[in-house]
Design a protein around this ligand. Sequence first.
Ligand SMILES: [Zn+2]
Length: 195
Amino acid sequence: MLRRLAALAAGVVLLVGAAPAGARDLPTIVQRGNDYLESVLQTPIPDRPVTMSLFAHDECGPGVFVPDGCAWSDHIEVLPWVVTQLLRGHGKERAEAAYVLEHETLHRLQEDGPREEGVTDALTWDLQLGYYRALGFHGRMIQAGYAEEVQQVRWTSARATGEGWRTRPARLFRRELWKATPQGRDALAKAAWGN
Ligand SMILES: [Zn+2]
């Protein structure tokens, strides 16, 4: 789940009017992103179609806010502005939309809650520039959606490797954390912090 409402207004405006011929199409965008993540992470990324949702029900997350996206085992739902920006957007709003798609794509659904969000969003942030390039554009770095949870993951990666969180060893540690089962994540965190 991820909440990024900054681009909402622009997205709604762009929804008006049919997509021009030769516009980007959503399945191709999703596939390019998945191919990139598979090649970097060396692990299969589930092929999940992306559908639009208004999240009218509290079916995704605790219901404390309306999320921009939600990952399920067989599909990914996003708010309309995300699709619109992916198909027809530019600049920062397009990058925000791609970030939402990347984040939901990276959810492994093995566990729920702050740690899953932190591990998922830390990796989303780490790989965002390559993901944008795979989708065919050069986006600027944008902030992580789950700042506190991501910082916890970065600290753990720094502690585990004895290097700064921006270093390659720490980045690789975060990939291992993402790939691990919940029990594996427990073990990696325990080894890092010694408790
Ligand atoms: Zn999430």
